[in-house]
Design a protein around this ligand. Structure first.
Ligand code: ZN
Length: 133
């Protein structure tokens, strides 16, 4: 059901400052930025090989990224796996008793449909499923 590692989500305090590392030190090319109101984040995309680094800066002190940084500091926040049919995948996982954060997909950066699995179901990793049409 899983096609590839779609992206790695990294929580950062300051997008501009963090972008400089990926652009100027690692030599990656910025593919764009987007604010996703629903997730309360501003996102910067850096494609690398067949996947992407997504830098996530919170736009709201109560947003999930702000809360993550407050609890754990900056760093890798989630891994996103590409699936073909996210509704079907979520239904299959639910039927197998896998704990989900999102039972229905929501809107993610880049127009993707996304849903998160519960870290308790994944041995501590926040896993996102992502469908891009
Ligand atoms: Zn993501």
């Amino acid at each position: 059901m899983t096609e590839k590692l779609d992206h790695i989500g990294i929580a950062v305090e300051n997008l501009e400052q963090s972008m400089a590392f990926y652009r100027d030190v690692l030599g990656l090319e910025l593919h764009g930025t987007e604010t996703v109101e629903e997730q309360k984040v501003k996102v910067a995309f850096f494609p690398v090989g067949d996947t992407e680094v997504e830098l996530l800066e919170s736009t709201d002190p109560e947003g999930p990224i702000a809360k993550f940084i407050a609890a754990k500091g900056q760093g890798v926040q989630h891994l996103a796996f590409r699936v073909k049919d996210i509704e079907k995948t979520l239904a299959d996982l639910k039927a197998r008793g896998i704990r989900l954060i999102d039972e229905k997909p929501r809107y993610g950066a880049g127009g993707a449909k996304i849903a998160f699995l519960h870290p308790k179901a994944t041995n501590g990793v926040l896993v996102e499923l992502c469908q891009r049409d």
